[in-house]
Design a protein around this ligand. Structure first.
Ligand code: FRU
Length: 494
């Protein structure tokens, strides 16, 4: 049975999505049908394809009562839009279907595990938001909410932890048992990740707290994910209210990769290192799946809560997902690269080798565009260099610059001249690790975004570009002498 609330969202989409012009969306990144999106949800395998849901408010480009939008793909690049999957329409989720995850059940049905939100007016007039985990089961298009919802609720939270901040379950199955990690807050007010276990994905029991912030890495930990990778165990969290740490973490909303080991018999996670997942501005709430051929693939919301309320005029679809990225661990660090499927959409290769650039700015014939895959290899020329910069989406007085100072080993991305008329966060600076004096930058552009990958994915930095698509220039500059290799492909979605 489709509720009135869900039917209304589907009707709204049917009426207005066809009116969104093609130029109002990126070419190969996921957006909502129309309106607002945030976190990726339920990124998972189902019947030979990959499904992706997302936090969705179709009725405006601002966050509102959360629905789940829905798309699917075979290759992570071309996506097919499906009807809105969930709406806030049941007693367990009247005020929102918050983030969660999905999997294929042994009987071929698809299970969604998500956070149901209920606002309750208190005696003193305050409105508190209670969060608990709920199930919906369906066939890949239509879902029935489980009548016994919520399936993990306040009574399943350890004594002293928050029953208000308790959300974003990520489910997986292992040897016939279901597990889920859920974000929570401990008595000290800061983030934690709780592990639950179930035989049927409906009746859950608390197992342990896998890790906690202890006010070191932000407060609430949102959207946890937990998986093995290359002999290590990865715990991804998106902390709110981070305090800056050198150039690794900035203030506000961040994403952290806690890398360690996991003893399955005792359910003990031992954290060894902590690093940022992405060093840009627009990256939050990542979620992963294991592909049919065994790759761990991550996708994230390509926005940030701090800046999301400043929106450009004339937008139909606010918020988009990052490119899905293949993860691995190299030299004790999380490595990420665009899914290899992108390579089959590359066309019009233009390449230059050993271009010498000394104290000036230049463009290279054939190297421009806003839907492309560009790789630069930067080496010192005779006498070395103090600064190298590339300007992307350049046109008129607009550009976004990526500049590198070899002496400090820092990259600074600055989009304050990108044409956006609001003074939101526009600059990020971070440390990179050039190898043998060489820095490699891969930039994937798709109309309104730039995703940068340094040194074969050792670091990534993601930015939304608020720049008119007419601005498609790419300009290189140096202080000192640089030798540059350039390889550019256009991306064409056929
Ligand atoms: C993260 C988040 C989640 C929550 C959702 C609500 O961006 O705050 O914790 O489930 O967004 O839309």
């Amino acid at each position: 049975m489709i509720s009135e609330t869900l039917q209304r969202a589907r009707d709204f989409e049917a009426q207005y999505v066809p009116k969104v012009p093609e130029s109002g969306r990126p070419a190969f990144h996921v957006t909502g049908g129309i309106g607002w999106i945030n976190d990726p949800n339920g990124f998972s395998r189902y019947k030979g394809e990959y499904h992706l849901f997302y936090q969705y408010h179709p009725y405006s480009t601002l966050w509102g009562p959360m629905h789940w939008g829905h798309v699917k793909t075979r290759d992570f690049i071309r996506w097919e839009r499906l009807p809105v999957a969930l709406a806030p329409d049941s007693p367990a989720d009247p005020d929102g279907c918050f983030s969660g995850s999905a999997l294929e059940l042994p009987d071929g049905r698809q299970l969604l595990l998500y956070t149901g939100v209920r606002r309750v007016r208190q005696e003193d007039g305050a409105l508190l938001e209670y969060q608990a985990q709920c199930v919906a089961i369906g066939d890949g298009a239509d879902y029935e909410k489980y009548p016994g919802n919520p399936v993990i609720s306040a009574g399943d939270v350890p004594q002293g932890n928050s029953v208000l901040d308790f959300r974003d379950p990520k489910i997986w199955e292992e040897d016939g048992t279901y597990f889920a990690v859920v974000g929570n807050r401990t008595g000290d007010g800061s983030g934690a990740v709780l592990l639950y276990r179930s035989a049927d994905a409906l009746r859950w029991e608390f197992v342990t707290a896998l890790d906690a912030s202890k006010n070191e890495y932000g407060r609430m930990w949102e959207c946890p994910d937990f998986f093995p990778l290359d002999g290590k165990q990865v715990l991804l969290v998106s902390p709110q209210e981070m305090t800056p740490r050198g150039l690794e973490f900035h203030a506000g909303y961040g994403t952290a990769c806690l890398l360690g080991s996991y003893d399955k018999a005792s359910y003990r996670f031992t954290r060894e290192t902590v690093q940022a997942v992405d060093y840009g501005i627009d990256f939050y709430a990542p979620q992963t799946l294991e592909s049919y051929d065994g790759r761990r693939i991550m996708i994230a919301w390509m926005q940030n809560w701090t800046t999301a309320s400043s929106q450009p005029a004339g937008v139909y679809c606010f918020g988009e997902m990052t490119l899905p990225r293949e993860l691995s661990v190299r030299d004790g660090r999380l490595v990420q690269n665009p899914v290899r499927e992108l390579e089959s959409y590359r066309t019009d290769r233009v390449s230059y080798e050993g271009v010498e650039l000394s104290d000036g700015e230049m463009e290279l014939p054939g190297v421009q565009g806003r839907i492309l895959d560009l790789t630069l290899t930067i080496r010192p020329g005779a006498g070395g260099y103090r600064r190298f910069a590339v300007k992307l989406a350049a046109g008129g007085e607009h550009f976004t610059s990526v500049r590198y100072r070899p002496e400090a080993g820092t990259v600074r991305v600055d989009r304050s001249r990108c044409g956006f008329p609001y003074d939101i966060v526009h600059v990020r600076e971070f440390q990179v690790r050039p190898r043998g004096g060489e820095l490699k930058i891969r930039a994937v552009l798709d109309r309104y975004s730039a995703e940068l990958f340094f040194n074969d994915g050792e670091q990534a930095a993601t930015f939304i570009l608020y720049t008119d698509t007419q601005a498609s220039g790419i300009r290189f500059s140096a202080e000192g002498s640089v030798v540059l290799d350039v390889e550019k492909y256009d991306i064409k979605i056929r």
